[in-house]
Design a protein around this ligand. Structure first.
Ligand SMILES: [Fe+2]
Length: 385
């Protein structure tokens, strides 16, 4: 996140001697993405982050593709995804391409006996149900309904849930997740016309230094495999850090909608971007106020992108009979639009309570076996009236 942040103790000058009370040196580590050319932080560890004691056998978590090519409006009943005790096992990729993987997860238990690091992708975890704490070496981030947790690749973390009823909608991005470029000025600050600003960004707090030696299991994801590593020191042994590279959170409830006299196009809902896709938030808002306006969207032909909608809450104005956690996928190549009757029904309405997350990938998505298992097969006929 392009806001400078620091927690704990750091030396006055970077790359200089920084010593513990016993006179030995803390271990400095540069954490960065895109080589040395993008956002980075400097971390100070109680011990070097390199003390590998053992390697386990890697195993595959590669999505199993059920439908590689298709041209069919598709709907998935997301809350039918299987719940699992374990966090990593609960993550079920449903829609994937070479730019991003979209997963659903309903984990029941907190991570206690291992840590997780995604070395191949930034993660955006949308919290649909549940509360808890994202624990990292950078500090803690409490999360609740509506939060997007943005976790840059390489961040070692644990999810601690307060209860067993948790629903997550997860995007793994193989490029860095950013705020939309058009909302940032040349210095990186979010501008006045952006739908949110730095004040809305939640940053880690409560840095706790775990100065511990022992056996610490870290499951590291790279190229579709999980590599079990046993390290000799606790991964959360940071005594301090500073920089721009760290996990952060933004609540969908803090997204300020952009409205107009007539229907506004989807880009006004944009919240984040990655390479070849955008993530948008549809939030409660006043409808268009031209006297002849039609609040429902027009039919549209998204030839160059797929459209994924994840329904979170509220009464979705362009479609009836949707349930929480439902996903619709409108593939590029054929038009789609509001459900029969919803155009007339929208006229004269002053506001909507809808809450949804939309993802527009610019390359076609494939469906996995887990997706096909929760498919509503007749969705493509839902425009017949
Ligand atoms: Fe659409």
């Amino acid at each position: 996140m392009p806001i400078y942040h620091t927690l704990g103790n750091i030396p006055h000058k970077r790359h200089t001697q920084f010593r513990k009370p016993d006179g030995t040196l803390y271990a400095e580590e540069l954490v960065s993405t895109e080589g040395f050319s993008s956002l980075y932080s400097l971390v100070y560890h109680a011990y070097p982050p390199t003390i590998v004691k053992e390697l386990g056998e890697p195993y595959s978590v590669e999505p199993k593709i059920a439908r590689e090519k298709h041209l069919k409006h598709t709907s998935l009943i997301g809350f039918n995804i299987k719940t699992e005790d374990d966090y990593l096992q609960s993550r079920k990729p449903v829609l994937v391409n070479s730019d991003l993987h979209i997963s659903l997860a309903a984990p029941r238990k907190s991570m206690t006996d291992y840590f997780y690091k995604n070395s191949q992708a930034d993660e955006v975890i949308f919290i649909h149900e549940g509360t808890g704490t994202l624990k990292t070496g950078f500090g803690k981030l409490k999360f609740e309904y509506g939060d997007y947790l943005v976790i840059p690749r390489g961040t070692i973390y644990q999810m601690q849930f307060d209860g067993e009823q948790n629903r997550l909608f997860i995007v793994e991005s193989f490029s860095p997740i950013r705020t939309p470029k058009r909302y940032r000025n040349q210095y990186g600050q979010l501008m006045e016309h952006a739908p949110y600003c730095e004040r809305d960004i939640k940053r880690p707090t409560d840095l706790e230094t775990h100065d511990e030696k022992g056996d610490f299991k870290i499951l590291i994801k790279k190229q579709g495999l999980i590599y079990p590593y046993i390290y000799g020191t606790h991964p959360f042994d940071f005594v301090g850090w500073d920089g721009f590279h760290y996990p952060w959170a933004f609540s969908i409830h803090d997204f300020e909608p952009i409205t107009g006299r007539v229907h506004q196009p989807p880009p006004v809902h944009q919240t984040f971007e990655g390479h070849n896709f955008v993530i948008c938030s549809f939030v409660p808002r006043k409808f268009d106020y031209h006297p002849l306006s039609i609040p429902a969207p027009y039919n549209h032909s998204n030839v160059d992108s797929d459209e994924v909608l994840y329904y979170v809450d509220g009464d979705f104005m362009s479609r009836k009979h949707v349930v929480k956690g439902q996903i619709t996928l409108h593939p590029g190549g054929i038009p789609h639009g509001p459900a029969p009757g919803s155009v007339d029904k929208s006229i004269g309405k002053e506001s909507t309570e809808e809450l949804a997350v939309m993802i527009d990938p610019f390359r076609p998505l494939m469906l996995t076996e887990d997706a096909v298992n929760i498919e509503d097969g007749d969705y493509y006929k839902s425009w017949i009236f």
